[in-house]
Design a protein around this ligand. Sequence first.
Ligand code: UT7
Length: 325
Amino acid sequence: MAGILGFGGYAPAQVMTNDDWAQLVDTTDEWITTRTGIKRRHIAASDETTLDLAAVAAERALEDAGLSPSDIDEIIVATDTPEVYTPDTASFLQDRLGTPEVPAYDLGGSGCAGFVQAIDVARARIHLHPKRVLVVGVELITRLVSWKDRATAVLFGDAAGAVVMGPDDGKAKVLDVVSGTDGSKTEILTLLVGGTRYPFGPTVAETEEHQHLIMHGQEVFKEAVRRMTQAVRDVLERVGRTAADVALVIPHQANKRIIDAVRRRLEVDEDRVYVNIEEYGNTGSASVPLALWEAKEEGKIAEGDLVVLTAFGAGFHWAAAALQF
Ligand code: UT7
């Protein structure tokens, strides 16, 4: 048995509107709003790094759980935009929080599905050894992708979200998690430069290829709808429930039209799907835990509620988790 003991989230103070973007690239508030549902996104200050975002969300989750860093037995950080290339962000976070010298590791590169995958890993670790695991989803993506490519730049924002998990029901019991990967679709969403296939070098720096997020938007859109819908159906079937039993679906916030398409397929009313994309844009691995934290803070989740998280991301990965509050 594993449950969530505390929730935390954080978005940087600085806000950038669609009109702000329209000053920088050939776009309009109307295009971004109608195609994506995004109105604003939060951008990290120049002296903030991934670690700073992660640390605030983690501290809030610890406080919500009534725990201190010394109570943590393991740390998992899901991110595609780490503090440095190596070592992982989790190592920096262990030191910053001052937890004991516990196992700490990143789930890197799994795109926006990373946090829900990390919940599954944490759950398995807790089953093996009853322990308290800090799980963070964090992204400072606006610093690493091109600000010149209107097709991708306007979609993203920076944020972090976190939960503390433990070996009892806590505030929300993790009933089950499903996840999967179709590795034949790595090319539809990828940042190619920086690994061994395309190492970073002077030519790359000149062409700025290291900031070029390749995204086949419409294919990603279709896969996202198909996979998130199926993941929700699968996890509900595993726990013997149906979409009619779900109080709130918390999907990855990549595009309001993707969320609406999933909602229609699941036949869930609009008021049972949490949406905050208007305020934050796509915050990658932070999107689901930030929305989960915010939904709780806003009183949108009551005791007894069945809540389903679902996400997709580069890989192509997908995942869904059923939580019983
Ligand atoms: O973690 C990342 C996950 N990524 C996603 O989830 C992306 C999923 N896909 C989507 O959300 C949508 O495909 C987008 C929002 C990215 C694009 O919407 P779309 O309705 O699929 O538009 P499109 O790609 O078919 O582009 C339509 C037009 C194109 O112009 P032409 O060729 O019709 O003349 C684009 O060049 O819109 C143009 N366009 C823009 N126009 C104004 C693309 N980006 C912009 C922009 N402003 N920012």
